[in-house]
Design a protein around this ligand. Sequence first.
Ligand SMILES: [Zn+2]
Length: 274
Amino acid sequence: MLRLAQGVGSLALQYALPRAAEALPAVAAAAARAVSGRGFSRYRTASGSMLDEPAMSAPKQGSTVVLVSGGIESAALLAYWKHWDHAQHLLPLFIDYGQKNVRQEEAAQQAMCRHLGLDFNAINASMVAHQLNMATVGAGRRYHDPLPHRNLLLLSLAASFAADSGAANIAICLNKDDLGVYSSASLPFLHHIESLYETLEPPIQLLMPLLALRKHQVITMGHQVAAPWHLTYSCAEGGAAPCGACEPCRGRAAAFAAAGVEDGLLSHHSAAQA
Ligand SMILES: [Zn+2]
């Protein structure tokens, strides 16, 4: 577990193997092992493979801005780091970039932060996407993904927020299945962002703690640390209840099935309708 030790004028984090590591599945136990090195290098193995070693350990120094979206990965990572006593160093940050389901995502993230005892922070950048869509498809329409290269904007805004907050790290919740789905979620892009962050003064460390895990493995890990699935939201449509038919809904259902874990959101809605 993480232990806090009082340093000279600052808090220093010390690491040890997790408590009851044997009770965790192999993926989470491996993820909990402390790793050395910074950013991308922590994912590179002796064979040169980038993705073999999960690296879920909380950063050793400073606060961490965590880019969150109210979804599975946000819930799993925040619950995991809270489980290992890192909550007081976390700054969850939600960004409205004009996505169609933003109200549900934001409400989910607020509820999740309340549940976990974390502060909720938000930036409204919806006008950027709104103005782009005004020019291309007309006013009043909100796509699920209205902002090309959105991670470029999100990671830039997060850097400004980190500087303003005195945070030393920024974590992004991409999982292995997300990699390369679009260009601003590709390894070369993330590698460049990591380098870019290091040129800032003070430098910022980019963390991608879920990058080695597939979505169902994120669920397996999150299940072990009581991630509040019932408070998450994934549906692209933005309705009060998930539609069950869109790509995020289908991907979510498949991942929960592969993990053998009950989706608390669906049982929550079933109970509400009964
Ligand atoms: Zn849906």
